[in-house]
Design a binder for this molecule. Structure first.
Ligand SMILES: [Zn+2]
Length: 188
């Protein structure tokens, strides 16, 4: 969160662009629909309340933004995810605000991270050969961020390239586990 002054200046620009796209929101499919489109099957997003999050080990103790549970075959490595992802309250609030076009109370950092989280968890939900690997899932998520933004109603190319710049910075700051495979990242 360095460079706060510069960040504040661009933030206003981003929200101005977002606000001008308000007419497109009527056809946004909602978080379950977006996650299902990304996962290639019918899945749901479970948004924890603040109270629920307190007793959620993964969110509360590990500090995760979201997670998908499933069964992993220890012999073959095959991964069978559940049909839902669980997201932290802050992440869901940001996503819902974005989908409704009322994201003014959030920083670009929070909003971009919420869309990375949704896309990443949808990658786990795919159950593909790579879906239990954090780095491959994160790479897939970066390549599908624009799809998430399109589905949320943010289709303006200039806005998307601005958001991608933030997303790339957040991606590069992730722990090693998420960056351990080569990944051809999208350009802003
Ligand atoms: Zn993950």
């Amino acid at each position: 969160m360095g460079g706060l002054v510069r960040a504040t200046a661009v933030l206003t620009l981003a929200f101005a662009v977002m606000a001008s796209q308000a007419v497109a929101y009527y056809d946004t499919p909602g978080l379950n629909g977006i996650a299902s489109n990304l996962a290639g099957r019918k899945v749901t997003i479970r948004c924890l309340t603040v109270k629920e999050a307190v007793s959620d080990e993964v969110i509360q103790i590990w500090g995760a933004s979201g997670y998908v549970e499933g069964i992993s075959n220890p012999v073959t490595g095959d991964w069978f995810p559940n049909n839902y992802a669980t997201l932290a309250p802050k992440i869901c609030k940001g996503l819902i605000a974005l989908s409704k076009g009322h994201a003014q109370g959030y920083t670009v950092d929070e909003l971009v991270w919420s869309t990375i989280t949704l896309t990443h968890e949808a990658g786990h939900l795919r159950g593909d050969w790579w879906s239990s690997n954090e780095a491959r899932t994160q790479c897939w998520a970066m390549k599908h961020l624009r799809s998430t933004w399109n589905q949320l109603g943010y289709r303006d190319p200039a806005l998307q390239s601005f958001l991608m710049g933030w997303a790339l910075a957040q991606h590069r700051a992730l722990p090693d586990e998420y960056l351990s495979v080569p990944c051809k990242l999208p350009v802003p």
